[in-house]
Write a protein that binds this ligand. Structure first.
Ligand code: SF4
Length: 236
């Protein structure tokens, strides 16, 4: 009988017991792949921390399944980065997940530039629903969230009960700072999105991403003009 920790059998006690008190990011990843095997995927945004996590995952599981939520609206630099990463880690199983509705269909049904009138609906259709489908047969997923990124993310743990998708969400990099991330990238000569060097600490779709001051709010350049700060993947 498979006794892995799942959304359904979650208890605080089981969660606390899963890792030792001194566990670090690599211990978390090793535990996650041991616990879930093929029933876990990494949803990578291809941001700076996403590349760090990709490299760490490659050390632990060379054939790991990784997805990118391809809204069809990302920067060309992001797509170029994905091509470089695929070349660097040919053994990793990286897939681009697309929404059911293409942009022309979305425009027809919901009007031109939905991200300007209803970004929550746009994110829901282009990110949340595709991730839900990708997770449907899985027990857990991995995310590169860091506590430092925003007040809303400051409470994340290594292992989380994800009420949104009814899965276990593993976040190995919660204690990493932006400086840690960039140091790791440079030290290991890893490719990363050149927009990070142009004032974009957080990179999403072109229409919803502006530069932000790194030392103020990492996500202040996302959905400028709206109170929205999250695409909905990490909100219960
Ligand atoms: S980030 Fe903007 S363009 Fe991308 S899915 Fe969300 S609202 Fe739509």
């Amino acid at each position: 009988m498979n006794k892995s920790l799942t959304y359904e059998n979650w208890t605080e006690e089981r969660q606390v017991k899963a890792l030792s008190h001194n566990s670090d990011y690599l211990d978390v990843l090793k535990w996650a792949y041991q616990e879930y095997g093929d029933e876990i995927i990494y949803s990578c945004s291809f941001g700076a921390e996403g590349i760090v996590l990709m490299d760490l995952i490659h050390k632990v599981n060379k054939g790991a399944k990784i997805i990118f939520l391809d809204t069809g609206l990302h920067f060309s630099e992001t797509y170029e980065l994905i091509a470089k990463v695929r070349k660097r880690y040919p053994s990793l199983n990286i897939s681009l997940i697309k929404p059911q509705m293409n942009l022309q269909q979305q425009e027809k049904w919901y009007g031109d530039e939905l991200w300007k009138t209803n970004p929550n609906l746009c994110c829901h259709m282009r990110k949340v629903v595709p991730l839900r489908e990708a997770l449907s047969e899985k027990k857990a997923w991995i995310s590169g969230l860091r506590k430092e990124q925003s007040p809303a993310r400051s409470h994340i743990q290594f292992i989380n009960k994800d009420e949104k998708f009814k899965k276990i969400k593993i976040c190995p990099l919660i204690h990493w700072t932006w400086e840690d991330v960039m140091t790791y990238l440079h030290r290991n000569e890893l490719p990363y999105n050149p927009l990070h060097d142009k004032g974009y600490p957080s990179i999403g779709c072109t229409a919803c991403t502006l530069p932000a001051a790194v030392n103020e709010d990492f996500r202040s350049g996302r959905w400028a003009g709206f109170s929205k700060t999250e695409c909905g993947l990490h909100q219960n």
